[in-house]
Design a binder for this molecule. Structure first.
Ligand SMILES: Nc1ncnc2c1ncn2[C@@H]1O[C@H](COP(=O)(O)OP(=O)(O)OP(=O)(O)O)[C@@H](O)[C@H]1O
Length: 325
């Protein structure tokens, strides 16, 4: 079985249940991210997979059976680089501990320095590195050992906003090039969506959904998962009639704005979100969130709203109980 299999895992701390019945498979060579609010048990789950923590119930089977359990490496969120060692020495550390010969260590570490864009920092100490460089050293130090499982705990936690996505795409490309099965725990949803083969959404003590990122975003299993992934517009009956739809729930990108002095919607707020503009509008006593690539207007401007058939509703039909917009 070329999978890492997590089956019915449960964990308690004292009398408090953290999670129950968590099951998922990680195919060899794939990258999986576990996301969820703070305190839901993501790090605890990662520690159980790493063998650092015992589960209350359930099993973790590494690629075909416990007897063949291969090496798993956990990269902690605060990097834990050796402060008195250079970048080269940090990356070489695990190979040296395996008593590898000097020339063989050089042959392994030098390509890593190139791959991780650290050639000109090879003799620098961790205190002389930027957050992004430290992160790259920590991941290079793990990958040089060619682990069969790489576990990343909050790999973007200490990075500047603009470095997060760059690092996510870098992790993705290195993970693919080296074919290293990777499980990542993160708060950074956009980065997790961008780099992962599968996303596991942990909510309220269980793994609510485990699927490719676009499926979780477009076909969430319930409203709480939908809202965790991003804004949801509830289209109740009067608005649905106006838009020529049935009652449904739409992501912001499913709606289009057109400036129209006689339009039914009024812009109430707008902000620039980096790659797009985010508008909040009031229409028929409801608030809607709509994204646009081009500026559409200012608060107070009236708009016509169209529905794009490129983005089907994430749910349609009768309103579930937790559907309040
Ligand atoms: N050793 C421990 N003893 C008792 N409770 C613990 C222990 N470790 C974690 N917890 C509790 O278990 C819950 C899950 O913690 P965990 O760190 O796994 O969550 P998380 O989803 O990774 O959170 P965050 O995103 O904030 O890191 C929390 O309520 C935490 O306080």
């Amino acid at each position: 079985m070329d999978l890492l299999r997590v089956t019915a895992l449960g964990k308690r701390f004292g009398g408090t249940e953290v999670f129950r019945d968590v099951s998922f498979d990680v195919p060899r060579g794939s990258l999986v991210s576990l996301v969820g609010p703070s305190g839901v048990g993501k790090t605890t789950l990662l520690h159980i997979i790493a063998g650092l923590e015992a589960a209350e119930s359930g099993t973790v089977t590494h690629f075909g059976g416990k007897r063949e359990r291969p090496q798993a490496i956990l990269v902690f969120q605060d990097y834990v680089l050796f402060p008195n060692m250079t970048v080269f020495q940090n990356i070489a550390f695990g190979l040296k501990a395996r008593k590898m010969k000097r020339a063989a260590i050089r042959d392994k570490v030098l390509p890593m320095l190139g791959y991780f864009h650290l050639e000109d920092r090879r003799d620098a100490y961790p205190s002389e590195l930027s957050g992004g460089q430290k992160q790259r050293v920590a991941i290079a130090r793990a990958m040089v050992l060619e682990p069969s499982l790489l576990l990343l705990d909050e790999p973007f936690a200490n990075l500047d906003r603009n470095l997060k996505m760059e690092t996510a795409l870098f992790i993705r490309s290195t993970q693919r090039s080296f074919g290293i099965t990777t499980i990542c725990v993160t708060h950074d949803l956009q980065e997790a969506l961008a780099m992962s083969d599968r996303i596991g959404v942990m909510l309220g003590g269980s793994l609510r959904q485990y699927a490719p990122p676009l499926d979780v975003y477009r076909r969430p299993v319930d409203m709480e998962t939908a809202r965790f992934l991003g804004p949801v517009n509830t289209i109740t009956a009067p608005l649905a009639r106006l838009l020529g739809l049935e009652t449904c729930w739409l992501r912001p990108e499913a709606l289009r704005l057109e400036p129209d002095p006689d339009g039914p919607a009024v812009i109430t707020a707008t902000h620039f979100a980096g790659h797009y503009l985010c508008y909040t509008l009031r229409v028929l006593d409801q608030d809607l969130v709509v994204y646009a690539l081009e500026p559409m207007g200012q608060p107070g401007d009236r708009m016509h709203i169209r529905v794009s058939n490129q983005y089907p509703p994430i749910f349609s039909g009768s309103l579930p109980e937790d559907s309040c917009a």
